[in-house]
Ligand binder design. Sequence first.
Ligand code: 6PG
Length: 249
Amino acid sequence: MERCERVVVEDATVLAQEAARRFGEFARIAVEVRGRFRVALAGGTTPEALYLLLAHPPYKDAIPWQQVEVFFGDERFVDPQDPQSNLRMARETLLSRVPILEKNIYPFPTVSVTPEEAAERYDRTLRATFEPAPVAFDLILLGLGPDAHTASLFPGDSRLDSPSGTLTAVIHHAPKPPPIRLTLTLRAINGARVVMFLVHGSSKADAVRSVFCEPADPLRRPAQGVNPTSGKVLWLLDREAARHLAASA
Ligand code: 6PG
């Protein structure tokens, strides 16, 4: 796979199928090579179809779930039972349906902590889990917002211009509700071996065009800040989301 690969498929259904195939492949290779597969799940609605596919045959039986460790790219700062919770969505569509070990599910804390304490705790959890190696996810799944945000990294966030050393951050006034969110930073994302964007629908077409065709400016287009240091970026798009891209762009 090239450092930045773009795949355009017919529609959201085929997008989920292609994403599931790749997810299974990354998982198998990671477990073969390193004995475990560490993946950060995306929130929002796009990945739900992927997660449901992974929770059913053939993926339910083919993926070595006992060696899978699940993290989150971002989380809304709400109760885990809140319908807005990314953890709740992941549990309902995937985690409650596969034999993953509960100890291998690492959610952002959102109960009995402040957002700042939650971000600090998750940063410590990541470093402790990966040490002595640096934090390097085998796969990070990401979505894309109509404003080219990704995870909970939104345009205008000054931290995007000067990525600090932290792996997590708190967002207090997110333009996409709910307003308080926790997120991996670009530093954490860019340490990944593979980042896979899943984007479908015409509502994302302008954002996709801007990410691929406008000058790199992560402050204005956060998804442009995703450039893994030694990893790869895979964009899975459906035709609607890619409709402003020339075939060769
Ligand atoms: C979130 C996501 C967010 C999402 C995009 C796309 O928690 O909201 O992390 O970054 O991936 O906004 O959302 P949809 O998949 O719902 O279009």
